[in-house]
Ligand binder design. Structure first.
Ligand code: SF4
Length: 351
């Protein structure tokens, strides 16, 4: 059972609400070079098509600020400017139409600079994400806590937040990432108790696709299951489109993805006499854009199939060169193997 969701302050990012009890959003970050404007725009469009709801782009220098305008013109999702150290870049991105700024106010120098960024964002209704990373904690906190502990990470996030609060700025989102999954979970749990800011969940430097998805699913999934987290980013050393697919699948696995089908399928065994793996992959592809909150079962045999998938709204159970189609555990009719997927899809369309 999912715990009661933590009540966080609602923050507006472009036209999207993050926090409060708004649906959990899935985001990613572009990985093209900043001078490749066309490449960044094309990648952002691909991400949007894949279901990305917020896109972030690194802005390392002044020429890169033009990416904000180019992306805003091309996509309908909110665009976040990722800034390190230079407060002038943050102000320039706010002026260029960024919907959120990711920067750590403690890293940009004097309080005048923090005030200038807070003012530039406040007047435009732009939130700031504070992104604490276990690998770059302040030395004083490392010393105080004896290393990059979850408590040190949470304290760092709160320190950055206080700098903005001093200028009456509360449109804050916080992330506290670590590549250590257990540490990341503890750090978010700790931070969730210290403030009501919305939390952006992620395991940082999670690795290549396979291990990155496993780590992110455990880290992000454990927190969401406890009701913690308002927006998520799966970090993979891979095509960012795969981050979106993984993020959406994490939400789907926890029934947090809104209206979309759940597919259940058996692992196959010596009783399977049809190409079940091919069939379920085909069903998954054809259901990609489906907005029905239904459960579809694709099972290998009629002995256990309908019973094991009795909770499914519709499904098939394989026979010898054929399958039976069933609804809510009741057999409806028999279909030949080459018609299994089509007949199942027809039945789904009628639901
Ligand atoms: Fe084997 Fe049938 Fe179970 Fe699939 S549903 S694993 S074919 S027993």
């Amino acid at each position: 059972m999912i715990h009661t969701r933590r009540k966080s302050r609602a923050v507006t990012v472009g036209g999207l609400t993050v926090g409060g009890f708004a649906p959990i959003t899935v985001q990613s970050m572009l990985n093209k070079l900043p001078d490749d404007v066309a490449g960044n725009v094309a990648q952002a469009l691909a991400l949007q098509d894949a279901g990305c709801q917020i896109v972030r782009v690194a802005v390392p220098d002044m020429p890169a600020v033009r990416l904000i305008g180019a992306l805003k013109n091309a996509v309908s999702m909110p665009v976040v400017a990722d800034i390190h150290f230079d407060y002038r870049l943050a102000i320039a991105c706010a002026e260029a139409g960024a919907d959120k700024i990711r920067l750590n106010p403690g890293n940009i120098g004097s309080s005048d600079r923090v005030k200038a960024v807070a003012d530039a964002c406040r007047v435009r209704g732009i939130p700031i994400r504070i992104g604490v990373n276990s690998g770059s904690l302040e030395r004083s906190l490392l010393h105080k806590h004896g290393g990059a502990t979850p408590e040190a990470m949470a304290e760092s996030a709160m320190r950055h937040a206080r700098l903005l609060e001093r200028y009456d700025f509360n449109d804050i989102v916080i992330s506290i990432k670590s590549s250590d999954v257990a540490k990341m979970i503890c750090a978010y749990e700790h931070t969730a108790e210290l403030c009501d800011y919305p939390l952006h969940l992620g395991v940082t430097e999670a690795g290549t696709y396979r291990m990155g998805v496993v780590k992110s699913s455990i880290g992000i999934g454990s927190l969401l299951q406890k009701g913690i987290g308002d927006t998520i980013r799966v970090s993979l050393t891979d095509d960012p489109v795969r981050e979106i697919e993984a993020g959406r699948d994490i939400l789907r696995a926890l029934n947090l993805a809104g209206d979309c089908p759940q597919i259940i399928s058996c692992p196959t065994c010596g009783r399977t006499k049809i190409d079940l793996i091919g069939a379920v992959n085909s069903v998954e592809k054809r259901l990609a854009g489906c907005k029905k909150a239904i459960t579809v079962a694709v099972m290998g045999c009629a002995v256990n199939g309908p019973g094991e998938a009795s909770a499914a709204d519709v499904g098939i159970a394989g026979g010898d060169g054929c399958a039976v189609l069933f609804k809510k555990g009741e057999i409806v009719r028999k279909v030949p193997e080459d018609r299994i997927v089509d007949e199942l899809m027809n039945e789904i369309e009628r639901l």
